[in-house]
Design a protein around this ligand. Structure first.
Ligand SMILES: NC(=O)c1ccc[n+]([C@@H]2O[C@H](COP(=O)([O-])OP(=O)(O)OC[C@H]3O[C@@H](n4cnc5c(N)ncnc54)[C@H](O)[C@@H]3O)[C@@H](O)[C@H]2O)c1
Length: 454
Protein backbone atom coordinates (compact mmCIF):
# COMPACT_ATOMS: atom_id res chain seq x y z
CA UNK A 1 0.00 0.00 0.00
CA UNK A 2 1.74 3.20 -1.05
CA UNK A 3 0.39 6.62 -0.29
CA UNK A 4 -1.20 6.92 -3.75
CA UNK A 5 -2.93 3.60 -3.31
CA UNK A 6 -4.05 4.75 0.11
CA UNK A 7 -5.52 7.87 -1.33
CA UNK A 8 -7.35 6.00 -4.05
CA UNK A 9 -8.65 3.48 -1.50
CA UNK A 10 -10.12 6.33 0.51
CA UNK A 11 -11.56 8.05 -2.53
CA UNK A 12 -13.05 4.75 -3.61
CA UNK A 13 -14.58 4.18 -0.21
CA UNK A 14 -16.30 7.53 -0.38
CA UNK A 15 -17.38 7.30 -4.01
CA UNK A 16 -18.59 3.69 -3.86
CA UNK A 17 -20.55 4.43 -0.73
CA UNK A 18 -22.23 7.35 -2.44
CA UNK A 19 -22.95 5.18 -5.48
CA UNK A 20 -24.52 2.54 -3.24
CA UNK A 21 -26.71 5.15 -1.65
CA UNK A 22 -27.73 6.57 -4.99
CA UNK A 23 -29.09 3.21 -6.05
CA UNK A 24 -31.59 2.89 -3.21
CA UNK A 25 -31.69 0.07 -0.71
CA UNK A 26 -33.32 -3.29 -0.12
CA UNK A 27 -33.11 -6.43 1.97
CA UNK A 28 -32.18 -9.12 -0.54
CA UNK A 29 -30.14 -12.07 0.81
CA UNK A 30 -26.56 -10.96 0.29
CA UNK A 31 -24.84 -14.26 1.03
CA UNK A 32 -22.64 -14.45 -2.04
CA UNK A 33 -22.97 -10.91 -3.25
CA UNK A 34 -19.99 -9.34 -4.96
CA UNK A 35 -18.23 -6.84 -2.73
CA UNK A 36 -15.53 -4.26 -2.97
CA UNK A 37 -12.30 -5.79 -1.60
CA UNK A 38 -11.30 -2.65 0.28
CA UNK A 39 -14.53 -1.66 1.96
CA UNK A 40 -16.77 -4.71 2.02
CA UNK A 41 -19.50 -2.67 0.37
CA UNK A 42 -21.77 -4.85 -1.73
CA UNK A 43 -21.54 -4.06 -5.42
CA UNK A 44 -24.70 -5.81 -6.61
CA UNK A 45 -27.20 -3.04 -7.40
CA UNK A 46 -30.18 -5.42 -7.61
CA UNK A 47 -30.05 -5.78 -3.85
CA UNK A 48 -30.75 -2.14 -3.17
CA UNK A 49 -34.37 -1.16 -3.59
CA UNK A 50 -35.76 0.20 -0.40
CA UNK A 51 -39.25 -0.97 0.62
CA UNK A 52 -41.44 0.33 3.41
CA UNK A 53 -40.78 -1.43 6.67
CA UNK A 54 -42.74 -2.15 9.79
CA UNK A 55 -41.78 0.21 12.64
CA UNK A 56 -42.04 -2.69 15.12
CA UNK A 57 -39.18 -4.52 13.48
CA UNK A 58 -36.82 -1.60 13.28
CA UNK A 59 -33.44 -1.53 14.93
CA UNK A 60 -32.78 2.11 15.72
CA UNK A 61 -29.12 3.00 15.33
CA UNK A 62 -26.54 5.71 15.86
CA UNK A 63 -23.05 6.14 14.41
CA UNK A 64 -19.88 7.10 16.30
CA UNK A 65 -17.11 8.22 13.93
CA UNK A 66 -18.28 9.41 10.54
CA UNK A 67 -16.87 9.66 7.06
CA UNK A 68 -14.45 6.69 6.97
CA UNK A 69 -15.30 3.03 7.70
CA UNK A 70 -17.96 4.07 10.20
CA UNK A 71 -19.89 5.70 7.35
CA UNK A 72 -19.30 2.70 5.06
CA UNK A 73 -20.81 0.45 7.74
CA UNK A 74 -23.75 2.78 8.13
CA UNK A 75 -24.43 2.60 4.40
CA UNK A 76 -24.16 -1.18 4.41
CA UNK A 77 -26.66 -1.39 7.28
CA UNK A 78 -29.00 1.11 5.60
CA UNK A 79 -29.55 -1.48 2.86
CA UNK A 80 -31.90 -3.30 5.19
CA UNK A 81 -35.51 -2.36 5.78
CA UNK A 82 -35.39 -3.08 9.50
CA UNK A 83 -32.79 -0.41 10.34
CA UNK A 84 -33.19 3.27 10.94
CA UNK A 85 -30.35 5.69 11.69
CA UNK A 86 -31.47 8.58 13.88
CA UNK A 87 -28.22 10.04 15.22
CA UNK A 88 -24.59 10.52 14.27
CA UNK A 89 -21.59 11.68 16.27
CA UNK A 90 -18.15 12.96 15.34
CA UNK A 91 -15.62 15.17 17.09
CA UNK A 92 -15.00 16.90 13.75
CA UNK A 93 -18.14 18.56 12.39
CA UNK A 94 -16.51 18.75 8.93
CA UNK A 95 -16.72 14.93 8.71
CA UNK A 96 -20.53 14.74 9.02
CA UNK A 97 -22.28 16.51 6.08
CA UNK A 98 -22.27 13.47 3.73
CA UNK A 99 -23.79 11.23 6.39
CA UNK A 100 -26.43 13.81 7.29
CA UNK A 101 -27.42 14.01 3.60
CA UNK A 102 -27.53 10.22 3.26
CA UNK A 103 -29.79 9.77 6.26
CA UNK A 104 -32.10 12.55 5.17
CA UNK A 105 -32.34 11.04 1.70
CA UNK A 106 -33.22 7.56 2.92
CA UNK A 107 -35.38 8.27 5.98
CA UNK A 108 -36.81 11.65 5.01
CA UNK A 109 -35.40 13.50 8.03
CA UNK A 110 -32.04 14.69 9.25
CA UNK A 111 -30.33 12.75 12.05
CA UNK A 112 -29.60 14.34 15.42
CA UNK A 113 -26.01 15.52 15.55
CA UNK A 114 -23.64 14.92 18.48
CA UNK A 115 -20.01 15.75 19.11
CA UNK A 116 -19.96 13.87 22.46
CA UNK A 117 -20.91 10.20 22.03
CA UNK A 118 -21.88 9.91 25.71
CA UNK A 119 -24.83 12.25 25.08
CA UNK A 120 -25.93 10.08 22.16
CA UNK A 121 -25.71 6.95 24.35
CA UNK A 122 -28.13 8.52 26.88
CA UNK A 123 -30.95 8.16 24.35
CA UNK A 124 -33.35 5.38 25.20
CA UNK A 125 -34.67 5.03 21.64
CA UNK A 126 -31.30 3.87 20.23
CA UNK A 127 -30.89 0.07 20.19
CA UNK A 128 -27.48 -0.27 18.60
CA UNK A 129 -24.51 1.80 17.53
CA UNK A 130 -21.56 1.59 15.20
CA UNK A 131 -18.11 2.27 16.66
CA UNK A 132 -16.22 3.70 13.68
CA UNK A 133 -13.77 5.87 15.60
CA UNK A 134 -9.97 5.35 15.49
CA UNK A 135 -8.63 2.38 17.48
CA UNK A 136 -7.59 4.39 20.56
CA UNK A 137 -11.26 5.24 21.18
CA UNK A 138 -12.85 1.80 20.66
CA UNK A 139 -12.55 0.60 24.26
CA UNK A 140 -14.30 3.57 25.85
CA UNK A 141 -16.90 3.88 23.07
CA UNK A 142 -17.78 0.18 23.33
CA UNK A 143 -17.70 -0.16 27.11
CA UNK A 144 -19.90 2.92 27.55
CA UNK A 145 -22.29 1.64 24.87
CA UNK A 146 -22.58 -1.78 26.53
CA UNK A 147 -23.15 -0.09 29.89
CA UNK A 148 -25.93 1.96 28.26
CA UNK A 149 -27.57 -1.27 27.06
CA UNK A 150 -26.73 -0.87 23.38
CA UNK A 151 -25.63 -3.59 20.97
CA UNK A 152 -22.59 -2.66 18.91
CA UNK A 153 -21.12 -3.05 15.45
CA UNK A 154 -17.48 -2.34 16.40
CA UNK A 155 -14.66 -1.79 13.97
CA UNK A 156 -11.52 -3.90 14.03
CA UNK A 157 -9.03 -4.20 15.69
CA UNK A 158 -11.25 -4.28 18.74
CA UNK A 159 -8.77 -2.19 20.75
CA UNK A 160 -5.62 -0.10 20.79
CA UNK A 161 -3.94 -2.49 23.25
CA UNK A 162 -4.14 -5.90 24.93
CA UNK A 163 -5.53 -4.84 28.32
CA UNK A 164 -8.33 -2.84 26.70
CA UNK A 165 -9.27 -5.89 24.59
CA UNK A 166 -9.69 -8.05 27.70
CA UNK A 167 -11.83 -5.46 29.46
CA UNK A 168 -14.05 -5.05 26.41
CA UNK A 169 -14.54 -8.82 26.01
CA UNK A 170 -15.48 -9.21 29.68
CA UNK A 171 -17.72 -6.12 29.60
CA UNK A 172 -19.70 -7.47 26.64
CA UNK A 173 -20.26 -10.77 28.48
CA UNK A 174 -21.20 -9.00 31.72
CA UNK A 175 -23.78 -6.78 30.06
CA UNK A 176 -24.96 -9.56 27.71
CA UNK A 177 -24.63 -7.42 24.59
CA UNK A 178 -24.43 -8.53 20.97
CA UNK A 179 -21.24 -7.21 19.37
CA UNK A 180 -20.25 -7.84 15.78
CA UNK A 181 -16.72 -6.78 14.79
CA UNK A 182 -15.96 -5.38 11.34
CA UNK A 183 -13.86 -8.34 10.16
CA UNK A 184 -16.25 -8.76 7.23
CA UNK A 185 -13.89 -11.17 5.43
CA UNK A 186 -15.46 -13.83 7.67
CA UNK A 187 -18.68 -13.38 5.68
CA UNK A 188 -17.24 -13.58 2.16
CA UNK A 189 -17.24 -16.63 -0.05
CA UNK A 190 -13.53 -17.13 -0.68
CA UNK A 191 -12.54 -16.96 2.99
CA UNK A 192 -15.50 -19.10 4.05
CA UNK A 193 -14.71 -21.75 1.41
CA UNK A 194 -11.01 -21.78 2.34
CA UNK A 195 -11.65 -22.03 6.08
CA UNK A 196 -14.17 -24.84 5.67
CA UNK A 197 -11.76 -26.74 3.38
CA UNK A 198 -9.04 -26.61 6.04
CA UNK A 199 -11.45 -27.43 8.88
CA UNK A 200 -12.73 -30.48 6.99
CA UNK A 201 -9.14 -31.79 6.89
CA UNK A 202 -9.08 -31.83 3.08
CA UNK A 203 -5.58 -30.33 2.90
CA UNK A 204 -4.24 -32.89 5.38
CA UNK A 205 -2.24 -32.10 8.50
CA UNK A 206 -1.36 -28.38 8.58
CA UNK A 207 2.08 -27.65 10.01
CA UNK A 208 2.53 -24.02 8.97
CA UNK A 209 0.29 -20.98 8.51
CA UNK A 210 1.35 -17.68 7.05
CA UNK A 211 -0.37 -14.31 7.09
CA UNK A 212 1.07 -11.24 5.43
CA UNK A 213 0.41 -7.67 4.38
CA UNK A 214 2.41 -5.12 2.52
CA UNK A 215 2.93 -1.70 4.08
CA UNK A 216 4.55 1.02 2.01
CA UNK A 217 2.74 3.92 3.62
CA UNK A 218 4.51 7.27 3.91
CA UNK A 219 2.90 10.03 5.95
CA UNK A 220 5.68 12.56 5.39
CA UNK A 221 6.94 15.18 7.77
CA UNK A 222 4.10 17.39 8.95
CA UNK A 223 4.28 20.68 10.76
CA UNK A 224 2.77 21.50 14.12
CA UNK A 225 -0.35 23.60 13.53
CA UNK A 226 -3.47 24.89 15.24
CA UNK A 227 -6.18 22.23 14.68
CA UNK A 228 -9.00 23.25 12.31
CA UNK A 229 -11.90 25.02 14.04
CA UNK A 230 -14.24 22.11 13.17
CA UNK A 231 -12.14 19.56 15.10
CA UNK A 232 -12.15 19.10 18.88
CA UNK A 233 -8.60 17.79 18.91
CA UNK A 234 -8.52 17.32 22.69
CA UNK A 235 -11.55 14.99 22.46
CA UNK A 236 -10.15 13.33 19.30
CA UNK A 237 -7.03 12.42 21.33
CA UNK A 238 -9.25 11.13 24.15
CA UNK A 239 -7.46 8.65 26.42
CA UNK A 240 -4.26 8.82 24.31
CA UNK A 241 -1.42 11.26 24.88
CA UNK A 242 -2.29 14.76 23.66
CA UNK A 243 0.44 15.22 21.03
CA UNK A 244 1.04 18.55 19.29
CA UNK A 245 -1.45 18.65 16.38
CA UNK A 246 -0.17 17.63 12.95
CA UNK A 247 -2.71 16.97 10.20
CA UNK A 248 -0.63 14.09 8.76
CA UNK A 249 -0.97 12.16 12.05
CA UNK A 250 -4.69 12.67 12.62
CA UNK A 251 -7.59 11.55 10.36
CA UNK A 252 -6.89 8.14 8.82
CA UNK A 253 -3.10 8.34 9.42
CA UNK A 254 -3.51 7.78 13.19
CA UNK A 255 -3.03 4.05 12.40
CA UNK A 256 0.69 4.62 11.64
CA UNK A 257 1.26 6.35 15.01
CA UNK A 258 1.61 4.08 18.02
CA UNK A 259 -0.09 6.57 20.33
CA UNK A 260 -3.32 5.89 18.44
CA UNK A 261 -2.84 2.73 16.33
CA UNK A 262 -0.80 -0.42 15.90
CA UNK A 263 0.46 -0.06 12.31
CA UNK A 264 -0.38 -2.57 9.61
CA UNK A 265 -0.35 -5.45 12.14
CA UNK A 266 -3.60 -4.28 13.71
CA UNK A 267 -4.90 -2.71 10.49
CA UNK A 268 -4.68 -5.46 7.81
CA UNK A 269 -2.95 -8.07 9.96
CA UNK A 270 -6.02 -8.46 12.11
CA UNK A 271 -8.00 -9.49 8.99
CA UNK A 272 -5.43 -11.97 7.68
CA UNK A 273 -4.23 -13.44 11.00
CA UNK A 274 -7.93 -13.88 11.79
CA UNK A 275 -8.36 -16.18 8.77
CA UNK A 276 -5.34 -18.29 9.71
CA UNK A 277 -6.56 -18.64 13.31
CA UNK A 278 -10.13 -19.43 12.21
CA UNK A 279 -8.96 -22.16 9.81
CA UNK A 280 -7.01 -23.81 12.63
CA UNK A 281 -9.92 -23.55 15.13
CA UNK A 282 -13.14 -25.54 15.36
CA UNK A 283 -15.50 -22.65 16.07
CA UNK A 284 -15.50 -19.07 17.31
CA UNK A 285 -13.18 -19.80 20.25
CA UNK A 286 -9.79 -19.46 18.54
CA UNK A 287 -6.50 -21.25 18.98
CA UNK A 288 -3.97 -18.88 20.53
CA UNK A 289 -0.15 -19.04 20.51
CA UNK A 290 1.75 -19.58 23.75
CA UNK A 291 4.92 -17.90 22.45
CA UNK A 292 5.42 -14.97 20.07
CA UNK A 293 8.72 -13.49 18.83
CA UNK A 294 9.04 -10.62 16.34
CA UNK A 295 11.84 -8.79 14.57
CA UNK A 296 11.74 -5.75 12.31
CA UNK A 297 12.02 -2.00 12.17
CA UNK A 298 11.04 1.26 10.59
CA UNK A 299 13.24 0.71 7.59
CA UNK A 300 11.31 1.62 4.44
CA UNK A 301 9.75 4.86 5.65
CA UNK A 302 12.59 6.01 7.86
CA UNK A 303 12.60 9.77 8.38
CA UNK A 304 8.89 10.58 8.34
CA UNK A 305 6.44 11.10 11.21
CA UNK A 306 5.19 7.53 11.54
CA UNK A 307 6.57 5.38 14.34
CA UNK A 308 4.73 2.08 13.74
CA UNK A 309 7.21 -0.28 12.07
CA UNK A 310 6.86 -0.92 8.35
CA UNK A 311 8.72 -4.25 8.39
CA UNK A 312 8.02 -7.11 10.82
CA UNK A 313 8.46 -10.86 10.86
CA UNK A 314 6.70 -12.63 13.75
CA UNK A 315 6.79 -16.30 14.57
CA UNK A 316 4.13 -17.84 16.78
CA UNK A 317 4.03 -21.29 18.37
CA UNK A 318 0.77 -23.18 18.87
CA UNK A 319 1.94 -26.13 20.97
CA UNK A 320 -1.38 -27.94 21.43
CA UNK A 321 -2.02 -28.07 17.70
CA UNK A 322 1.59 -28.66 16.60
CA UNK A 323 1.92 -25.90 14.06
CA UNK A 324 3.69 -22.58 13.71
CA UNK A 325 2.44 -19.36 12.19
CA UNK A 326 4.31 -16.43 10.72
CA UNK A 327 3.01 -12.90 10.35
CA UNK A 328 4.99 -10.83 7.86
CA UNK A 329 4.91 -7.20 6.89
CA UNK A 330 6.95 -7.36 3.76
CA UNK A 331 7.27 -5.49 0.52
CA UNK A 332 8.22 -8.23 -1.86
CA UNK A 333 6.07 -11.35 -2.05
CA UNK A 334 6.32 -12.41 -5.70
CA UNK A 335 3.21 -13.85 -7.33
CA UNK A 336 0.99 -13.26 -4.33
CA UNK A 337 -1.63 -10.68 -3.50
CA UNK A 338 -0.39 -7.89 -1.22
CA UNK A 339 -2.44 -9.27 1.69
CA UNK A 340 -3.38 -12.86 2.37
CA UNK A 341 -3.09 -16.07 4.35
CA UNK A 342 -1.73 -19.53 3.58
CA UNK A 343 -2.02 -22.98 5.11
CA UNK A 344 0.77 -25.46 4.33
CA UNK A 345 0.28 -29.19 4.86
CA UNK A 346 2.83 -31.80 5.78
CA UNK A 347 2.68 -33.26 2.24
CA UNK A 348 3.62 -29.90 0.72
CA UNK A 349 0.22 -28.73 -0.49
CA UNK A 350 -0.59 -25.03 0.08
CA UNK A 351 -3.97 -23.33 0.33
CA UNK A 352 -3.67 -19.60 -0.36
CA UNK A 353 -6.56 -17.15 0.17
CA UNK A 354 -6.78 -13.41 -0.37
CA UNK A 355 -9.48 -10.81 -1.03
CA UNK A 356 -10.87 -12.01 -4.31
CA UNK A 357 -9.90 -15.67 -4.52
CA UNK A 358 -8.31 -18.83 -3.18
CA UNK A 359 -6.22 -21.60 -4.71
CA UNK A 360 -4.72 -24.93 -3.76
CA UNK A 361 -1.24 -25.73 -5.04
CA UNK A 362 0.71 -28.97 -4.99
CA UNK A 363 4.33 -29.12 -3.87
CA UNK A 364 5.49 -28.10 -7.37
CA UNK A 365 3.16 -25.10 -7.55
CA UNK A 366 0.60 -26.76 -9.86
CA UNK A 367 -2.99 -25.71 -9.16
CA UNK A 368 -5.24 -28.46 -7.78
CA UNK A 369 -9.06 -28.68 -7.91
CA UNK A 370 -10.95 -27.14 -4.99
CA UNK A 371 -14.44 -27.48 -3.52
CA UNK A 372 -16.86 -24.83 -2.32
CA UNK A 373 -18.41 -25.09 1.13
CA UNK A 374 -22.12 -24.85 1.91
CA UNK A 375 -22.90 -21.12 1.49
CA UNK A 376 -23.31 -19.01 4.63
CA UNK A 377 -26.78 -17.69 5.26
CA UNK A 378 -26.29 -13.92 5.24
CA UNK A 379 -23.84 -11.06 4.78
CA UNK A 380 -21.85 -9.52 7.62
CA UNK A 381 -24.13 -6.59 8.38
CA UNK A 382 -27.30 -8.70 8.03
CA UNK A 383 -25.74 -11.24 10.36
CA UNK A 384 -25.34 -8.46 12.97
CA UNK A 385 -29.01 -7.43 12.67
CA UNK A 386 -30.22 -11.03 12.84
CA UNK A 387 -28.15 -11.63 15.97
CA UNK A 388 -29.41 -8.44 17.61
CA UNK A 389 -32.88 -9.98 17.22
CA UNK A 390 -31.98 -13.59 18.11
CA UNK A 391 -29.39 -12.66 20.81
CA UNK A 392 -26.98 -15.22 19.36
CA UNK A 393 -23.24 -14.65 18.91
CA UNK A 394 -22.59 -13.05 15.53
CA UNK A 395 -20.03 -14.39 13.06
CA UNK A 396 -17.38 -11.91 14.22
CA UNK A 397 -18.34 -12.01 17.86
CA UNK A 398 -16.29 -9.62 20.01
CA UNK A 399 -14.79 -12.45 22.03
CA UNK A 400 -13.56 -14.25 18.94
CA UNK A 401 -12.09 -11.22 17.15
CA UNK A 402 -10.81 -10.07 20.55
CA UNK A 403 -8.61 -13.16 20.53
CA UNK A 404 -7.27 -12.29 17.06
CA UNK A 405 -6.70 -8.71 18.20
CA UNK A 406 -4.73 -9.96 21.21
CA UNK A 407 -2.51 -12.03 18.89
CA UNK A 408 -1.81 -8.88 16.84
CA UNK A 409 -0.99 -6.95 20.00
CA UNK A 410 1.38 -9.75 21.08
CA UNK A 411 3.19 -9.55 17.72
CA UNK A 412 3.65 -5.80 18.29
CA UNK A 413 4.61 -6.27 21.94
CA UNK A 414 7.33 -8.72 20.93
CA UNK A 415 8.52 -6.39 18.15
CA UNK A 416 8.77 -3.22 20.19
CA UNK A 417 10.10 -4.82 23.36
CA UNK A 418 12.60 -7.14 21.62
CA UNK A 419 11.41 -9.85 24.03
CA UNK A 420 9.67 -13.18 23.42
CA UNK A 421 6.11 -12.79 24.68
CA UNK A 422 4.49 -15.71 26.49
CA UNK A 423 0.72 -16.07 26.73
CA UNK A 424 -1.57 -18.08 29.02
CA UNK A 425 -4.97 -18.64 27.40
CA UNK A 426 -6.65 -19.73 30.63
CA UNK A 427 -5.74 -16.42 32.30
CA UNK A 428 -6.02 -14.46 29.04
CA UNK A 429 -2.84 -12.66 30.02
CA UNK A 430 0.86 -12.43 29.34
CA UNK A 431 3.10 -14.64 31.48
CA UNK A 432 5.75 -12.62 33.33
CA UNK A 433 6.66 -9.10 32.34
CA UNK A 434 8.30 -9.54 28.93
CA UNK A 435 6.48 -7.34 26.42
CA UNK A 436 4.27 -5.64 28.99
CA UNK A 437 6.16 -2.35 29.13
CA UNK A 438 4.91 -0.97 25.84
CA UNK A 439 1.84 0.66 24.34
CA UNK A 440 0.57 -2.54 22.71
CA UNK A 441 0.01 -4.07 26.16
CA UNK A 442 -1.54 -1.14 28.02
CA UNK A 443 -1.39 2.60 28.41
CA UNK A 444 -1.83 5.18 31.09
CA UNK A 445 -5.09 6.98 30.30
CA UNK A 446 -5.00 10.76 30.13
CA UNK A 447 -6.52 12.65 33.04
CA UNK A 448 -10.31 12.57 32.80
CA UNK A 449 -10.41 9.14 31.09
CA UNK A 450 -10.66 5.79 32.87
CA UNK A 451 -10.70 2.25 31.54
CA UNK A 452 -13.07 0.26 33.75
CA UNK A 453 -11.58 -3.18 34.44
CA UNK A 454 -14.17 -5.88 33.82
N1 LIG B 1 -13.26 -3.41 8.47
C1 LIG B 1 -12.52 -2.80 7.57
O1 LIG B 1 -12.28 -3.30 6.47
C2 LIG B 1 -11.95 -1.44 7.90
C3 LIG B 1 -11.46 -0.61 6.89
C4 LIG B 1 -10.98 0.65 7.26
C5 LIG B 1 -10.99 1.04 8.60
N2 LIG B 1 -11.46 0.20 9.55
C6 LIG B 1 -11.49 0.59 10.97
O2 LIG B 1 -12.48 1.60 11.12
C7 LIG B 1 -12.10 2.49 12.17
C8 LIG B 1 -12.08 3.91 11.61
O3 LIG B 1 -11.07 3.99 10.60
P1 LIG B 1 -11.11 5.16 9.50
O4 LIG B 1 -10.07 4.83 8.52
O5 LIG B 1 -12.51 5.34 9.04
O6 LIG B 1 -10.65 6.40 10.39
P2 LIG B 1 -10.91 7.96 10.13
O7 LIG B 1 -9.89 8.69 10.92
O8 LIG B 1 -10.99 8.23 8.67
O9 LIG B 1 -12.37 8.21 10.72
C9 LIG B 1 -12.63 8.14 12.09
C10 LIG B 1 -13.63 9.22 12.45
O10 LIG B 1 -13.89 9.11 13.86
C11 LIG B 1 -13.94 10.43 14.42
N3 LIG B 1 -13.71 10.36 15.86
C12 LIG B 1 -12.53 10.29 16.52
N4 LIG B 1 -12.75 10.21 17.85
C13 LIG B 1 -14.10 10.24 18.02
C14 LIG B 1 -14.95 10.23 19.17
N5 LIG B 1 -14.47 10.13 20.40
N6 LIG B 1 -16.27 10.31 18.97
C15 LIG B 1 -16.80 10.43 17.72
N7 LIG B 1 -16.04 10.46 16.60
C16 LIG B 1 -14.71 10.36 16.75
C17 LIG B 1 -12.90 11.19 13.62
O11 LIG B 1 -13.08 12.58 13.71
C18 LIG B 1 -13.11 10.63 12.21
O12 LIG B 1 -14.09 11.37 11.50
C19 LIG B 1 -10.74 2.01 12.65
O13 LIG B 1 -10.88 1.21 13.78
C20 LIG B 1 -10.21 1.19 11.48
O14 LIG B 1 -9.29 0.19 11.87
C21 LIG B 1 -11.95 -1.03 9.22
Amino acid sequence: MDSNKNLSRRKFLQSSAVTAAGLGFGATSLANMAYDPNTGIATDPTARTRKNHSPNDKIVMGLIGCHGMGAANMRNLMQFDDVEFVAICDVDTARMPDEIKQIEKVYGKKPDIYTDYRKMLERKDIDAIIVGSPDHWHALNLIHACEAGKDVYCEKPISHNFVEARSMMNCKEYHKRVVQVGTWQRSTKEFHDAIEYIRAGKLGKITHCRAWAWDGTRIGKGKVETPPSTLDYDMWSGPAELLPYKSNKTHYNWRWVRNTGGGITTDWGVHMIDIALLGMSKGLDLVMPDTVSSYGGLWASDGDDRDAWDSIESIMRFPDQNFVMTWSILRDHPGKDGNGAEFVSQDGRTLRVWRGGWIILDADGKELPKESAEPQDSNHWRNFLDCVKSRQAPRSDLHSVGQTTMVCHMANMAAYSGKTVKFDKKKMDIVGNDGKGNLSYSREYRKGYTLKKY
